[in-house]
Design a protein around this ligand. Structure first.
Ligand code: SF4
Ligand code: SF4
Length: 135
């Protein structure tokens, strides 16, 4: 896949929001791959953690927000402790989940969640939704 690079795309408003919420500079990442090699659930992700950072650097934020990776991430912090550049990747993942959830409206009644959904949804997705959509 090819990506068009312009100043506006690279530093778009969503990249700025990711940096604002996470407190991280995505451009500090130099793609060593340490975060992905230590991630315990990387085999289940469609985009590896280092690729999340690269796509953010390219301004391809919609690709990240639509990925399964941000919901597979279990927020274990392994990536953050392994990064030689001090990038707290787990905070970037949390920021991406927050941005995704903020785009949604509605409420969530825990008693009305289908048993099948409880069995299949990633736990981090439920935790995020409980934070956002319950009183
Ligand atoms: S915080 Fe998420 S991305 Fe980082 S190592 Fe843990 S599961 Fe992987
Ligand atoms: S460990 Fe840090 S520098 Fe290396 S790829 Fe991951 S975020 Fe980038």
């Amino acid at each position: 896949m090819s990506y068009k690079m312009t100043r506006d795309i690279i530093k778009n408003s969503l990249v700025q929001k990711i940096e604002e919420l996470s407190g991280q500079n995505v451009f500090d990442c130099y793609q060593c791959g340490n975060c992905s090699s230590g991630c315990p659930v990387v085999d289940y992700m469609d985009i590896m953690p280092n690729q999340v950072l690269r796509l953010a650097q390219l301004g391809a934020t919609e690709d990240i927000l639509n990925s399964e990776t941000i919901w597979i991430c279990s927020a274990c912090l392994q990536c953050s402790t392994r990064c030689p550049k001090g990038v707290e990747v787990a905070k970037v993942m949390e920021a991406l989940r927050s941005i995704n959830l903020r785009k949604r409206i509605g409420t969530l009644d825990p008693k009305k969640i289908e048993i099948e959904d409880l069995q299949n949804l990633p736990p981090i997705a439920l935790v995020g939704a409980f934070r956002k959509l319950t009183g």
